[in-house]
Write a protein that binds this ligand. Structure first.
Ligand code: MLT
Length: 253
């Protein structure tokens, strides 16, 4: 098993030039996109449609709303961390995983656009496998990946910057994948650095460590969103793998 890691969103455009047909990509946007998608799928959402732009989300809902009941489709996501309002339309959901309750999302298709997370997922779309991962479903994701030869961990970041929480989560996955029977896993320098960041974070405390990051600080400063940090720091509360399908949707497998 070979494990590579992309630490910063600056490296995402280059993925378009790369042949990922044999690669399993694992995208982390711990605060909060991938944590939110995993929560929604655990709570019974049918699918998440990750799109890059607000206009794409509106078009998708318009087009698909003609084919199926419009109330089955919810618009979700954020810009600057808060729920989107565009072209006179208020999105149904923001990007707080705590909003994605079973009552709200069961059976629904959620079209989501976020600043970094949905773009990172789309950048990996041509890979053999694309997973959305978080601390919430890390062990299930690791179990799923054990048979894979080439793994690329993708840290979505915050704006143009690397995000400590994504690197720590990627490092936690490197740790899981290179322990036990997999001690022979070959790790890139970035993967080793991510693992060291994870080990360091565990010496402090996971919630505290991710709370010191750029997006952690932004969320903690907002009384409505501050509890998202503690929520997203929970380890393995959901036993599911969130995988991209041929149609680009994320579903629980
Ligand atoms: C993103 O995709 O950039 C985010 O998940 C930001 C957020 O929701 O705070």
């Amino acid at each position: 098993m070979k494990i590579e890691t992309i630490l910063t969103p600056a490296e995402l455009p280059a993925l378009a030039q790369r042949d990922l047909r044999a690669t399993a990509c694992v995208v982390f946007d711990v605060l909060r996109a991938t944590s939110t998608f995993v929560t929604a799928l655990h709570h019974g959402a049918q699918a998440i449609i990750p799109v890059s732009e607000i206009a794409e989300a509106l078009d998708w809902k318009k087009a698909e709303g003609r084919r199926q009941k419009a109330e089955m489709i919810l618009l979700g996501g954020e810009r600057n961390g808060v729920r989107i309002s565009a072209n006179g339309i208020d999105f149904d959901l923001g990007n707080s995983p705590r909003e994605y309750t079973p009552e709200r999302v069961r059976g629904k298709i959620i079209v989501s656009t976020t600043t970094n997370g949905t773009r990172a997922l789309q950048a990996c779309a041509k890979a053999k496998i694309v997973l959305a991962a978080s601390f919430l479903n890390l062990a299930a994701t690791a179990d799923f990946l054990r048979g894979q030869n080439e793994i690329l961990l993708v840290c979505a970041g915050t704006g143009e910057n690397p995000a400590a929480e994504d690197i720590i989560a990627a490092g936690a996955l490197v740790d899981l994948l290179s322990s036990g029977k997999n001690t022979h896993a070959s790790k890139s320098a970035n993967s080793t650095a991510a693992r060291a960041a994870y080990v360091q974070a565990m010496l402090t405390n996971l919630e505290k460590s991710i709370g010191t990051s750029e997006n952690g600080q932004r969320l903690l400063a907002n009384p409505d969103l501050r509890d998202d940090v503690a929520f997203c720091a929970q380890r393995d509360i959901f036993n599911l793998v969130a995988a991209m399908q041929a149609d680009g949707s994320l579903r629980k497998i």
